[in-house]
Design a protein around this ligand. Structure first.
Ligand SMILES: [Ca+2]
Length: 143
């Protein structure tokens, strides 16, 4: 019976401690920015560009596809590189527009994008080659 008087308070304390630790749990691993998201658009935005058709971000570099852009052939597609400036505002600024060197009408360049380290890859799923709409991907190396 004496043991019961010792264990019951210990168990109650552990339950209380566990409940408190749940309430003050760790912060989630990804915190939303306090002011909400920053919206970015292409400097040369036009109708049917479909800017945002694919997106990727790594560190302070963002890559955005616009697979309807007509900079390299009608609906040839494009992709934009943005850089988060280190000034006080920390805004994202467009630094480059990419198109395929062999762009043709309807390629859809920018339908998918990805980057890792210094390499950027852009998909053009409707690229024609020896087969109709066989697709292609383009790899660029950042300096
Ligand atoms: Ca455009």
């Amino acid at each position: 019976m004496k043991r019961c008087f010792v264990y019951v308070p210990v168990i109650l304390f552990q339950i209380l401690f566990y409940c408190c630790s749940l309430q003050n749990g760790d912060d989630p691993p990804v915190q939303p920015p306090p002011e909400g998201a920053e919206k970015i658009t292409a400097a040369d935005a036009e109708e049917h560009d479909y800017f945002g058709s694919a997106v990727s971000v790594e560190g302070d570099i963002a890559l955005v596809g616009a697979n309807g852009d007509s900079g390299g052939g009608i609906r040839g597609g494009a992709a934009y590189i943005f850089y988060r400036s280190r000034d006080e505002e920390g805004n994202w600024k467009q630094i480059k527009k990419l198109t395929a060197s062999d762009a043709e009408d309807g390629d859809g360049f920018g339908n998918s994008v990805g980057m890792s380290g210094k390499h950027i890859i852009i998909g053009a799923e409707r690229k024609r080659g020896s087969h109709n709409f066989q697709g292609a991907a383009y790899i660029f190396s950042r300096e």
